[in-house]
Design a protein around this ligand. Structure first.
Ligand code: SAM
Length: 237
């Protein structure tokens, strides 16, 4: 059974978008994963297929109606569908590599893409949705967030990345940022490649890379570095 992604959206034409290209596109054609974009508006009300209404309590913008969203979910997720239902929202927990790994190891995902001011809170609670954010910024809709989450998951599915592209040592795989990369020419614009990388000494290269990973994480992401130190101390205790 291929990994199954369903996106509930008002803009189904945004899918597969960039996921039809490169690694994810090839994997889609090879049926390693399956993508369905379902139009929430087919569950809209009345002649105009209305999906939203004004917010109780006043304020700007519109809110997606719970009954419409719930009907779209009911159709997309038949009884027994074990996939997690995720609402993409800036109010959610931040997407990170451990969550990506967890999702890609499962049967797939159902992603609810919000628009306007977002989705009525009651359907989020009624359907026990996981709320996931891409970062501390606001997008105009959940579709780009869904595409990004899917890209991160799909590249980890067995058979998607070749050995050459393997994600084993990349950023966040060990809770650290990755070391810097260099390729030919060995000298460019007066800048030389670090000599250790030309030494052919594998243990030295590995030591240098580890040092660079730690230095980059310490300098650029003190939050990750602190978490790494706590985990290291926990493992040593
Ligand atoms: N009023 C909402 C707020 O302030 O939290 C923002 C609504 S935004 C204009 C419309 C939709 O874009 C959201 O319902 C959500 O699905 C999506 N979205 C916006 N920013 C996002 C983020 N950082 N991560 C994930 N989804 C996001």
């Amino acid at each position: 059974m291929s990994w199954h992604a369903t996106c509930l959206t008002l803009f189904p034409g945004m899918f597969p978008g960039p996921l039809g290209e490169s690694l994810a596109g090839r994997a889609l054609r090879d049926r390693i994963w399956r993508l369905e974009a379902r139009d929430i508006r087919t569950h809209g009300l009345g002649r105009h297929r209305t999906v939203d209404d004004t917010p109780f309590g006043g304020g700007a913008g519109m809110v997606m109606r719970p009954d419409v969203v719930d009907a779209a979910i009911a159709e997309a997720m038949p009884e027994g569908d074990a996939r997690p239902l995720i609402y993409l929202t800036p109010r959610g927990r931040l997407l990170d590599q451990p969550l990506v790994r967890e999702l890609s190891a499962g049967p797939g995902v159902v992603l609810l893409c919000g628009r306007y001011e977002g989705v009525d809170q009651r359907v989020i609670e009624h359907r026990a949705m996981q709320e996931v954010s891409l970062g501390d910024f606001v997008l105009s809709g959940g579709e780009m967030a869904a595409l990004t989450l899917l890209d991160a998951c799909v590249r980890l599915l067995p058979g998607v990345m070749g050995a050459a592209e393997s994600g084993v040592e990349e950023s966040h795989s060990a809770g650290l940022l990755e070391y810097p990369h260099y390729t030919r020419p060995a000298e460019w614009q007066g800048r030389a490649v670090p000599p250790v990388l030309l030494s052919g000494h594998h243990a030295e290269v590995a030591r240098w890379r580890r040092g660079e990973m730690e230095a980059a994480t310490r300098e650029r992401r003190p939050d990750l570095w602190t978490r790494h130190l706590v985990a290291r101390e926990g493992a040593a205790a």
